[in-house]
Design a protein around this ligand. Structure first.
Ligand code: PAF
Length: 285
């Protein structure tokens, strides 16, 4: 454990003052936005930020606007003291942990909406989700003004939405995707895995295996349509109660591909439910 407590700021003014000090000293700043409940996946992003910059800032903000009315905003795991210790150990220099009132003061009226890439897949399954993500990420990036910001490839559609908005709004920040951290059986690490019962956890480990089998078939030149259909059948047979999607898409803008063999670069993405837990995963084809 790190013996130095992680400095925590809760206002945009304090965040900007710290970052300005580093910049004045000629230091590069890396940034990792999170919603807390940190695991090895987040910590690997912090280490990546630290490799790309002299200083690493993380934020913890459970953003209410990206949760739907029937989603888990109230139940979302929270534990700032534990998270701060993990961040300090991973080499983080500063935690920005604002309140809802700091992020969305009275009268807040602006939404950032990214068309195209945010519309299919999770955009269709979770209406309004990517408007909430795009708005809060735009705010966080302009508040911190980092040189580089790191987001996990685990949330691949989110990463592509953020890349698009940064290009479209000319935000002067480099966006880096960090590889998905996985458990021993390949399950993608997620704060929401904590909701899984032991039986559900056993089924959850099949998601990555089924995607990997699909990737191997696509790489061998098989057509997209039957591979998607077989992956859907395999997820249902494994015990997933609802499959929101399992689809092969263009890796950049997530446009639909033709039914024939996938042309690279492509990505297979899936979302499936086990009880109250919704799992997502994706892989490069
Ligand atoms: O990936 C997350 O944890 C969140 O969607 C993010 C990027 C921190 C925005 O709230």
């Amino acid at each position: 454990m790190s013996d130095r407590p992680l400095p925590i700021v809760r206002t945009v003014a304090d965040l900007r003052a710290r970052v300005a000090g580093w910049r004045a000293a000629g230091e590069r700043v890396g940034f990792v936005p999170t919603m807390g409940a940190l695991h090895e996946g987040h910590l690997s992003l912090v280490r990546l930020a630290r490799q790309r910059a002299d200083r690493a800032v993380a934020s913890i903000f459970v953003n209410p606007t990206q949760f739907g009315p029937n989603e888990d905003f109230d139940a979302y795991p929270r534990g700032e003291a534990r998270d701060a210790g993990l961040l300090a150990d991973a080499g983080c220099d500063l935690l920005f942990a604002p309140t809802v009132a700091e992020m969305y003061p009275r009268g807040f009226a602006t939404t950032v909406s990214v068309t195209g890439v945010s519309e299919p897949l999770d955009g269709a399954a979770r209406p309004g989700h990517f408007n909430g993500v795009a708005t809060v990420v735009t705010k966080l990036l302009t508040q911190c003004a980092p040189d580089v910001a790191v987001f996990g490839e685990k949330d691949y559609q989110q990463l592509q939405v953020i890349r698009r908005l940064v290009r479209d709004l000319d935000l002067p920040v480099e966006i880096v995707g960090g590889p998905t951290a996985r458990a021993e059986d390949g399950l993608a690490l997620s704060s929401r895995n904590a909701y899984l019962s032991p039986q559900e956890r056993a089924i959850a480990g099949r998601l990555n295996v089924i995607l990997r089998e699909a990737v191997n078939r696509l790489k061998a030149g098989e057509a997209v349509a039957p591979v998607e259909a077989d992956a859907l059948a395999a997820l249902t047979a494994a015990g997933f109660q609802q499959v929101d999607y399992v689809e092969v898409r263009d890796a950049d803008d997530l446009a639909r591909l033709g039914p024939g063999p996938a042309e690279a670069p492509a990505r297979i993405l899936a979302a499936a439910r086990l009880g109250r837990t919704r799992l997502i995963d994706n892989m490069a084809v």
